[in-house]
Structure formats: structure tokens, C-alpha cells
Design a binder for this molecule. Structure first.
Ligand code: TXD
Length: 327
């Protein structure tokens, strides 16, 4: 009888996000972990540290730290968190030249040693890095996706929860478009177990619709700039706890074939009027990766915002000096 295997998850980039992700992936018992980094010692040190949490956290998984892509062999899922982070005053796009070079090297390593894997790209600027990763690996589009929408939607939900004084777990919020300051929180869809947030705000402000709208506009703006808000406070890096949690949501959806609907950067072939670009859209994520892109009719305001956000992604990708040919 064949051996019953368990999932193998490779994490490229063992910095803030990579380390927390490896820890939570093991404590949630998702699979064996390979932590890779270009810096010698960092992945090895973190893997020993996480391994020593296993007894108290009650998991029996293997965590390997490495500087060798050969250790990726047999990985089912590869998460790319390698690269530079923003400093105060920088936009995500400012990272494009440094992180696009890293993406080439990383993609070649994955292609060589984990040719059958599913890839979740995290490094910024997200929609550009995921585009490059797919082009450099040549993997099918549904197997290469970007994590940003889960996090942006979680941030929107968090700010709504704080405003309403309600548990964030009961809040549904959706953010689409590119992962930049022009991302598109869909106000019309924000609800608390089905009750529209706009209505709850109007009730909270005793029917003062214009004040309620002003408050919602502020929640939207805070969502759009939430990454920068954290960068400004930390000064030497960007958010890492919540990105790691959002990546875990995507990994679990793939490993457990959950077919959950979530925002992810996926390759569009005409959906929402976009051809040949990766942008954040509602996706069904399951064992086949991005199994379906779920379209809906945007209203005029949403469409204008979405098109503007897509244009920013297109401009960035078209500005790359040496983009490999589109597959
Ligand atoms: O929503 C999202 N997608 C994001 C993305 C939310 C927050 C942060 N996001 C981006 O993730 C951020 O802008 C960065 O581009 C990545 C990683 O963020 P993290 O906070 O983990 O950065 P660190 O702590 O600086 O870690 C990066 C690691 C570090 O250990 C480097 O040595 C390593 O990447 N690195 C490399 N690894 C492998 N190969 C190469 N070439 C390489 N270069 C750097």
C-alpha cells in the first residue's frame, strides 16, 4: 500500500511574514514546512525555533530551514514573501524594480524544483509580482495567484467592526482591484450577517445620511491606506501578522479543497472587462487553485473605481523594463 502523504508547504522569504506564517501553518497542522531565504542562518534559525514549539503546541511536523532551492522538491504549495518592504513615504510601486529581479530568481527555483506546485505570491507590488511569477514559471494561470484581497477585506471589516462596536467575525466586507491605494472597497456589499452597514450607520447617526456617508467614506479611505498607516508607525517594515493570517486562509482553502469565495489577485480573460492582467477579484479557491472567477454587475461608481485601479496595475506592469513575454 502506498504511503499516505501530507502536504508540503514551501515559504520563500523567511522574514517577518515568512516566519509567522511558518509558525501558524505548523500549529494549525497544515503540513511540513520548508523555509527558504537568501540570507544564511535566518531560515535555519527560525526552523529550529519553531520546531522547539512543537511539543507544547502539539504538532508533529517537519520544518526545514534552507538556502538551497533543491529542498523545495515535492512542495504542494509555495508562498513567495521574499523581497524588500516599504519604508515610510514609499508606495508599493517603489518596490517594483528590486522585487521584480527577486521574482525572476525565485520563480526559476520553483520551476526547477517544485514544477507541480500552486503558488501564492505575497511580495509587493502584488499584482505586478504575481504577473511576473506566472510569466517566469510558465505555470497555468489558475495555479499562480496573489494574496492581497483577503487582507484588504479583513482590514475593511476590522474598521467597520470598530465603528459599529460589533464582532468582526460577523462582518462581511469585500475589497477588489489592484493592491494599491486605488483598491476598491465595495461599500454596497458591506454587511453584518446580511444587514447593510450603510443602514446600520444611518441608524447609529439618527438618520443623518450625509454624516453616515462621511463616516463610510472615512472607513473606505482608511482601508485603502491601512498598509501605509502600519508602515508609518513601524518605521522599519510593514504589516506581518495579518498578512500571514490571510495567506493561511488561502492555503487552507487549497489544501482542504474548501471552494471558499475570497478576493485574490487572479488572471482575467475578459471578466469585468479586463483581458490579460492579474487583478483582485472574487475567486473560488479550492484544490485546483483559482477554480472560478465570480463576476457580478458593478454599479457605475464601482466600475469607475475598479477601472482606475486596473489602469494603475496596467501602467506598472507595462513600465517594467524587461518583462518576459506574456504566456
Ligand atoms: O498583502 C500583501 N500582499 C502584503 C505584502 C502585505 C504586507 C507586506 N507585503 C509584502 O510582503 C512586503 O511589501 C514585502 O515585499 C513582502 C515581505 O514582507 P516581510 O514583512 O516578510 O519582509 P521582511 O521581513 O523584510 O522579509 C523579507 C525576506 C527577508 O528575510 C529577505 O532576506 C528575503 O525576504 N529575501 C529573499 N529571499 C529569497 N530570495 C531572495 N532573492 C531574497 N531577497 C530578499
Amino acid at each position: 500500500m502506498g504511503r499516505i502523504g501530507r502536504a508540503k508547504i514551501a515559504i520563500i522569504g523567511s522574514g517577518n511574514i515568512g516566519g509567522i506564517l511558518a509558525y501558524h501553518a505548523t500549529s494549525r497542522k497544515l503540513g511540513d514546512i520548508v523555509l527558504y531565504d537568501i540570507v544564511e542562518g535566518r531560515p535555519q534559525g527560525k526552523s529550529i525555533d519553531i520546531s522547539a514549539a512543537a511539543r507544547e503546541d502539539e504538532f508533529d511536523l517537519r520544518i526545514v530551514g534552507t538556502n538551497d532551492y533543491a529542498d523545495l522538491k515535492g512542495s504542494n504549495i509555495v508562498v513567495i514573501t521574499a523581497g524588500a518592504t516599504r519604508r515610510p513615504g514609499m508606495s508599493r510601486s517603489d518596490l517594483v524594480h528590486i522585487n521584480s529581479k527577486i521574482m525572476k530568481e525565485v520563480s526559476e527555483g520553483i520551476k526547477k524544483f517544485a514544477p507541480n506546485s500552486y503558488i501564492i505570491v505575497v511580495s509587493n507590488p502584488l499584482d505586478a509580482t504575481v504577473t511576473l511569477c506566472q510569466r517566469y514559471t510558465g505555470f497555468p494561470h489558475h495555479k499562480v495567484m496573489g494574496m492581497a484581497g483577503v487582507l484588504d477585506s479583513a482590514r475593511f471589516a476590522t474598521f467597520i467592526a470598530w465603528e459599529l462596536g460589533i464582532s468582526v467575525r460577523d462582518i462581511n466586507a469585500t475589497v477588489l482591484g489592484g493592491h494599491g491605494d486605488s483598491m476598491v472597497p465595495i461599500v454596497r456589499f458591506a454587511n453584518v450577517n446580511g444587514i447593510p452597514v450603510t443602514e446600520l450607520l444611518e441608524r447609529k447617526y439618527k438618520g443623518d445620511k450625509s454624516h453616515a456617508k462621511k463616516v463610510m467614506d472615512q472607513l473606505v479611505e482608511r482601508t485603502q491606506t491601512a498598509g501605509g498607516e502600519v508602515v508609518k508607525l513601524l518605521k522599519d517594515g510593514s504589516a506581518f501578522f495579518s498578512p500571514a493570517s490571510s495567506i493561511l486562509t488561502m492555503i487552507e482553502a487549497i489544501i482542504q479543497d474548501q471552494k471558499r469565495l475570497m478576493s485574490a489577485s487572479a488572471y482575467l480573460t475578459g471578466q469585468f472587462g479586463v483581458y490579460g492582467y492579474y487583478v483582485g477579484v472574487p475567486c473560488i479557491i479550492g484544490a485546483e487553485g483559482v477554480e472560478q472567477i465570480v463576476e457580478f454587475t458593478m454599479n457605475e461608481e464601482e466600475k469607475i473605481m475598479f477601472d482606475k485601479s486596473v489602469a494603475a496595475v496596467q501602467e506598472l506592469i507595462n513600465s517594467l523594463n524587461d518583462p518576459p513575454n506574456a504566456a
